[in-house]
Design a protein around this ligand. Structure first.
Ligand code: FMN
Length: 305
């Protein structure tokens, strides 16, 4: 059987449904191009903020038995210093590049979106998992549907580029956040960012990460993420990109059957190397062959019946 592994997000065609997730390796333009040459169907570079930011002190990353915990703290050189890197990636990757952005206030999100839009990307991913510096406890935008919707509304007013709202899992009902961001104008949703976690070194009785808390990624996150995608698919009609622990073709197919039209891969690179995109795509093809699916479209949301 002839199998078509291409997929579409809005009107953007990807030759395969694997996308490099933000922050894991696409920090420079060259790294983004490398991931694309190694088989990623699209690229989301590291999130950019309004100004240069150092991030947290080391250690920022620790492996545990089913994944990783990180608290890198969004280090980046600021949007204005980074436009050249993004432009390099867009010119040389040969696949769609969706720049990612964050802010500490909704106005900062608007500013970064406006600056990135000067490069005319096909989409922008809005990382809503950063602290809202205007809220009492610095709660992340993604944890409050009103704050998340306000960010999306202001970004929409500053750009004509379609936007992906990237959601967080640690909310009581992700359907509510999904509906709020779509009503505010999000063209697509990606889910999920990392989940709060901690690893403690028992010999020194201290959390391992300097920041103490971090975000869980990798296989431990996958069932949580698949469930989020399933719930979001029930709530809204926009395209969904699944993220969280995709390491094999079977993982990717699970997300697609839950309702995603593509998946992002981050921590999977640590486990399977940069060839993870090609490996996952080949394994998906084998699963599709075995189960009689000839296109990605036929599988989207298949688990809802
Ligand atoms: C080291 C590291 C850095 C990350 N940096 C970002 C970031 O800058 N922006 C963002 O939206 N997500 C960031 N993430 C979250 C990933 O994009 C992704 O949502 C999460 O890791 C789950 O996917 P995975 O299990 O495939 O890694 C980061 C994850 C890791 C592990």
């Amino acid at each position: 059987m002839q199998i078509d592994l291409s997929t579409k997000i809005l009107n953007i065609r990807l030759s395969n449904p694997t996308i490099l997730a933000s922050g894991v390796m696409g920090v420079s333009g060259a790294a983004c191009v490398y991931a694309a040459k190694k088989g990623a169907g699209a690229i989301v570079p590291k999130s950019l903020g309004p100004k240069e930011r150092e991030g947290h002190a080391n250690p920022v990353l620790v492996e545990f038995d089913k994944g990783f915990l990180n608290a890198v703290g969004l280090p980046n050189s600021g949007v204005d210093n980074s436009l050249g890197e993004i432009e390099f990636a867009m010119k040389n990757a040969g696949v769609p590049v969706f720049p990612s952005l964050f802010g500490g206030t909704k106005e900062e999100f608007g500013y970064v979106a406006e600056r990135l839009s000067t490069l005319n990307p096909q989409m922008l991913e809005i990382n809503l998992s950063c602290p809202n510096t205007a809220s009492d406890f610095g709660e992340a935008f993604a944890l409050n549907e009103k704050a998340a919707a306000e960010v999306i509304r202001i970004v929409k007013s500053k750009t004509k580029v379609p936007i992906i709202a990237k959601l967080a899992p640690n909310v009581p009902d992700i359907k509510k956040v999904a509906r709020a961001v779509v009503e505010a104008g999000a063209d697509a949703i990606s889910a999920i960012n990392t989940m709060p976690g901690m690893v403690i070194n028992v010999d020194v009785a201290r959390p391992v990460l300097h920041n103490r808390q971090g975000g869980v990624s990798g296989p431990a996150l996958k069932p949580v993420a698949v469930n989020c995608v399933y719930e979001i698919h029930k709530a809204v009609k926009v395209p969904i990109i699944g993220i969280g622990g995709v390491t094999t073709g079977e993982d990717a197919v699970e997300f697609i059957m839950a309702g995603a039209c593509a998946v992002e891969i981050g921590t999977g690179i640590y486990y399977r190397g940069i060839d993870v995109f090609r490996k996952v795509t080949a394994e998906m093809e084998e699963i599709m062959q075995r189960n009689g699916y000839s296109s990605i479209k036929e599988m989207v949301g298949a688990a809802h019946k």
